[in-house]
Design a protein around this ligand. Structure first.
Ligand code: URA
Length: 238
């Protein structure tokens, strides 16, 4: 059980400063179980709480765990410079809660991107020690060959990386597409590995993290969803 006043609840969920939340409540813009609550001091159980603001439904969540199907031409950086940021694809109150991408995808990379406001989760997911596989589908400029696959599996030397970097698995999908599984998340890793092996990546999509597939989430490009407990449990090594 955890009770909070309604203004604190709205503030915690990213709807704005306390004063602003109090005004929203007084204006009758916040309802619970279909009833406007106009006294901001009303104490409410947060566990399992559903409420509406301006008629839109929300659930109280201590932390946000989201998946986004990232479209091309969006940047993961907090201060995007050449393209809009991925945060602009989420409701504004999520940015107010300091939601961040878990790791980065390049602006032209598409596919599965996790986002959260839980620092411990972001840290754990990004840690190489957890060996969480990430699956990418890379489209190449030149034809893919068994030799290329063998090189990527054996490991290639990247500038500034002391060790050879190798794919965990690498499968030819067709004449110009490879499915590559990596456990690390080095800067431009797939593109640089393909370049080091003598090819060039023309398009890149992340299709899976751990056991969670983008296909199972059924999101259009630019769409996001909350991750269920079952989906969270899939974000692990096999
Ligand atoms: N590897 C890349 O080269 N780019 C990405 O966005 C992700 C992995």
């Amino acid at each position: 059980m955890s009770k909070l006043s309604l203004d604190r609840i709205l503030q915690s969920q990213g709807f704005g400063a306390r004063k602003w939340c109090q005004q929203l409540i007084a204006a009758g813009e916040v309802t619970i179980a279909g009833e406007p609550i106009t006294d901001y001091r009303t104490s409410i159980e947060t566990n399992g709480l559903a409420f509406t603001v301006y008629g839109e439904e929300w659930k109280f969540l201590e932390h946000l765990y989201l998946a986004l199907n990232k479209p091309a031409d969006y940047e993961c950086s907090r201060k995007p410079s050449h393209h809009p940021g991925v945060l602009s694809l989420l409701p504004q109150q999520f940015s107010n809660r300091d939601v961040q991408p878990v790791g980065r995808l390049d602006h032209d990379t598409t596919g599965l991107l996790l986002m959260s406001d839980d620092g411990a989760f972001i840290h754990a997911q990004s840690s190489p020690k957890r060996h969480i596989p990430k699956v990418y589908v890379a489209t190449t400029h030149d034809e893919v060959t068994p030799k290329l696959v063998a090189q990527l599996l054996k490991g290639v030397k990247l500038h500034d990386e002391p060790e050879l970097l190798a794919a965990i698995t690498c499968v030819m999908l067709d004449s110009h597409r490879l499915e590559i599984v990596l456990e690390q998340g080095k800067y431009h890793q797939v593109k640089r590995m393909l370049a080091a092996a003598g090819n060039h990546c023309t398009a890149l999509c992340r299709s899976q993290i751990g056991q969670l597939t983008l296909a199972a989430l059924d999101l259009e490009a630019g769409e996001w969803c909350y991750l269920s407990a079952a989906q969270m449990a899939q974000l692990v090594a096999a």
